[in-house]
Design a protein around this ligand. Structure first.
Ligand code: BGC
Length: 526
């Protein structure tokens, strides 16, 4: 792991700290809880952690609205506990990347408070301010990802400000050089502490069109959704996002960020790309050594309805990326804190969900690109259903009853089958989200006892992968089979080839393929 490219062969594990382990008894997970679980993580066999934001925040978007980039929010601990966590992880051979939310801050950030206070203060141009149209309506047709227009009128400034997400998350103005420099300083603060890199939230949203041109509508042939969460048409999904995000000027900032990262050898950046066509951007952002190291998009995570895992669903994103670049290095995840858990999302027709969970682990860990597991993937957790009164996610509140929002994948990890709050918390209040009844049977305590559990399988598979350079770094080629239920690909490195064959159904499948003569067979693996 002293290799500067360690992140290419590594397996990452995402922690959503609110729901990992509560050690203070307030019903919310904390950094000390992660320290307690470092032996578990090390034993699991992952190499690096991405920790979702734990910075000071009023929590309108549960930490994705930062009011001080340099302080740990008291809910999660303090800066000393972060230092202890980093040391503990490093002592166990685990790297840590932290989640930098640079596109916007919280409205409670002192920069925004100053910016909104007048039109002539030092930070007046740090956010995106624009006059109302003569009829009082917003400056243009841009929409917020979460709901309604991307503009909110501020009475103090007498202008609208831009927010791609909640109105409590005003967008920083990346056209202002001072903003860019300041954000690099915030990143430097964490690099100086010794973090191993950053997950960059909404990395293609940083820059907007200076002329504030209207986004064009989608054509009839384009999917009227944002391709990630909500499948029914809604305003954000009806536009082609050519002016509010994914602007070419973004590369200028990414270049500066890369120069900073290069001063800290062995660190890396992972960009989150949310776009209808994320592949061109992913390649632009990650090819060569000038911008980001790697990026992921949400195409493996799209959809909320219970659905089916098809061959195309896996092949398409990989093929689209490969068609644009054979050298850029992608990252992939089937799950994160924003999407319906994959066992539920793809397992509609599957009876044996445990076997299906193992199948998903195997596919993710054998694709070309860095895999990111999300907490609970190793337990095969299904999506939890949340009562309206328990919903915390503002997006869920906005879209209820069509969609419960993102809380179903954010509920606390069940550590113990018995005992209060499944071993997540000993609070005498309620936990911030309930522990799902459907989750306790998947508790870590149980799975550690069962030799055929998803947890045990994940450990074994991760251990196997550690000694498979071809799986870690090889090229990938999909193999045509004459059977839609058989996903087949080949990974090759130097003179080694590994063939990966997966039966996506629960029935025995027969297929033929000349290239696979050695393995041509009747088989079932779930
Ligand atoms: C994060 C979300 C967050 C949004 C706004 C994302 O892509 O993953 O959880 O709500 O950015 O910061």
């Amino acid at each position: 792991m002293s290799d500067p490219d360690w992140w290419k062969s590594a397996v990452f594990y995402q922690i959503y700290p609110r729901s990992y382990m509560d050690t203070t008894g307030n019903g919310i997970g904390d950094l000390h809880g992660i320290i307690e679980k470092i032996p578990y993580l090390s034993n699991l066999g992952i190499d690096a952690l991405w920790i979702s934001p734990f910075f000071q925040s009023p929590m309108a978007d549960f930490g994705y609205d930062v009011s001080d980039y340099r302080s740990v929010d008291p809910l999660f601990g303090n800066n000393q506990i972060f230092d202890d966590l980093l040391k503990c992880a490093h002592d166990h051979g685990l790297k840590i990347i932290v989640d930098m939310v640079l596109s916007h801050t919280s409205e409670e950030h002192p920069w925004f408070k100053e910016s909104r206070s007048s039109g002539d203060n030092e930070k007046s141009d740090w956010y995106v301010w624009a006059d109302a149209k003569p009829d009082g309506s917003p400056p243009n047709n841009w929409q917020s990802v979460f709901e309604g227009p991307a503009w909110t009128f501020d009475t103090r400034r007498g202008k609208y400000y831009l927010h791609n997400f909640l109105k409590q998350q005003p967008d920083l103005n990346f056209h202002n050089e001072a903003v860019q420099q300041q954000l690099l300083e915030e990143c430097k603060f964490w690099l100086d502490k010794g973090v191993d890199g950053f997950r960059l939230d909404t990395a293609n949203f940083y820059t907007h069109d200076k002329e504030l041109r209207d986004n064009p509508p989608k054509t009839k042939d384009e999917t009227p959704s944002n391709g990630t969460q909500f499948e029914k048409p809604y305003p954000y999904g009806m536009q082609r996002h050519v002016f509010d995000k994914s602007r070419p000027e973004n590369l200028n900032f990414l270049k500066k960020l890369r120069s900073l990262m290069d001063q800290y050898p062995g660190t890396m950046t992972l960009g989150e790309i949310g776009d209808d066509d994320p592949y061109k951007l992913s390649v632009e952002y990650t090819e060569g050594n000038q911008h980001l190291h790697t990026a992921y998009n949400t195409h493996f995570m799209a959809g909320t309805d219970e659905g089916v895992l098809t061959k195309e669903l896996i092949e398409d994103p990989i093929n689209k990326f490969q068609a644009l670049s054979k050298t850029a290095w992608p990252s992939w995840a089937f799950a994160n804190h924003d999407v319906v858990r994959p066992v539920t999302r793809w397992g509609k027709n599957i009876k044996d969900k445990q076997a299906f969970s193992k199948l998903l682990i195997q596919i993710l860990l054998t694709l070309r690109g860095t895999p990111f597991l999300y907490q609970g993937d190793e337990l095969g957790l299904p999506e939890a259903s949340i009562e309206f009164d328990d919903i915390q996610d503002p997006w869920g509140k906005a879209l209820w009853p069509e969609w419960q929002g993102r809380d179903g994948c954010r509920t606390p990890i069940p550590w113990q089958k018995n005992g209060p709050y499944a071993g997540f918390s000993n609070t005498n209040q309620l936990t911030w989200l309930p522990i799902s009844d459907t989750h306790t049977k998947h508790a870590v305590s149980e799975q550690e006892k069962e030799s055929d559990s998803v947890l045990q399988f994940t450990k074994d598979f991760l251990l196997w992968r550690k000694n498979q350079p071809t799986i870690q770094l090889g090229d990938i080629t999909f193999i045509e089979t004459n059977n839609d239920n058989v996903l087949a690909y080949q990974r090759s490195l130097n003179d080694q080839t590994v063939q990966c064959l997966f039966n996506l159904s629960e029935d025995v499948q027969v297929f033929e393929d000349k290239k696979l003569s050695a393995l041509e067979a009747t088989f079932t693996n779930i």
